[in-house]
Design a protein around this ligand. Structure first.
Ligand SMILES: [Zn+2]
Length: 321
């Protein structure tokens, strides 16, 4: 029993000190002994965790708890607690696994497969298997995707993270959300209704076109990671801003193109971008309006394309800037 207690105590001690790195190795016998102690300090894994972390398995796509997870914080190694990835580097690649375009320091080690086709990534401290890294896919400016099994990670919530809000309307809010939620630095997206005259409207009421609301998406983002201008550019590049009172096959004022701003800075950026598009010959119909109450839409509209695995029918990316 004493030994078990000691191991548990060592475990707690390790969690507190895991980030401080390995002690210096003076000679072989000390090194062997030290490695033994290190292993005792590792968190005990369940058989399911061992399948991935020790035996280099892969969790089924779309099933991991951090796949569609946007809270701000740090992702640590499940086995040794070393910080590996930061939420500001997380993006939605649509591949079914958490994706990061950067890692923390040198804490993630890359090991090319023997056949040179893929590159495995492991925790640089304890060699826990994490997943693979891919480059050249053009998902983000860093052009890198650390594709990681959720089960290899534990998440630590960050406190006092900076956040800002934006609201964009560009037709069917399923498609508007689809593109904005893939942006790096986006913490949360919610489809909903804004700009109308009725409190707490339902989808049915908004669909009549008589409440004055637009289908829109509220975006909570970390301004240290993505700027309002970057979000607004993606907004303009994923719908047709020249269509009046409709988007694609959806016709009606509830499908209008409109930016709802929260401050002078957002208003200025929106108007500047419209000016740029007009200079490129686009007859932009997008309105720029001060934000009023945003009403979150019914649950079945949230994350529609993630839940259904379908593709947007009237939103697609067109480079405009
Ligand atoms: Zn580790």
């Amino acid at each position: 029993m004493k030994l078990i207690k000691r191991i548990i105590l060592l475990g707690f001690f390790f969690i507190l000190t895991a980030c401080q790195g390995k002690p210096a190795e003076k000679n072989n016998s000390l090194s062997t002994k030290q490695n033994q102690v290190d292993k005792d300090k590792y968190r005990k894994l369940t058989p399911e965790e061992e399948k991935v972390i020790i035996f280099k398995g892969t969790e089924y796509p779309g099933t991991g708890i951090y796949n569609n997870f946007k809270e701000p914080g740090t992702y640590r190694c499940k086995r040794c607690n070393t910080p590996l990835f930061n939420s500001k580097d997380k993006f939605n690649s649509g591949c079914g696994w958490p994706s990061f375009d950067d890692a923390i320091g040198n804490n993630v080690k890359e090991i090319p497969d023997a056949d040179g086709r893929r590159t495995e990534i492991v925790c640089n401290n304890c060699e826990a298997h994490l997943g693979h890294v891919f480059r050249g896919e053009q998902f983000t400016a860093k052009n890198t995707r650390h594709c990681v099994n959720s089960i290899s990670l534990v998440f630590e919530q960050e406190k006092d993270v900076k956040s800002d809000t934006a609201v964009f309307a560009s037709g069917c809010f399923w498609g508007t959300e689809y593109f904005l939620q893939q942006m790096k630095g986006v913490i949360d997206t919610k489809p909903g209704y804004i700009g109308g005259s009725v409190d707490n409207p339902t989808y049915k009421e908004v669909c009549t076109g008589r409440t004055g609301h637009a289908e829109a998406v509220r975006v909570i983002f970390n301004p240290d990671s993505v700027s309002y201008e970057e979000l607004a550019k993606i907004y303009f590049e994923t719908h047709d801003p020249t269509q009046i009172d409709g988007q694609g096959p959806d016709i009606g004022n509830q499908y209008r193109s409109e930016i709802f701003y929260f401050d002078e800075n957002q208003e200025k950026i929106a108007k500047d971008l419209i000016e740029q598009l007009k200079n490129k010959g686009l007859d932009v119909a997008t309105k720029v309006t001060k934000a009023s109450t945003f009403w979150v839409a019914e649950e079945y509209h949230q994350d529609y394309y993630i839940k259904t695995g379908k593709q947007p029918y009237c939103h697609r990316y067109t480079k405009r800037f």
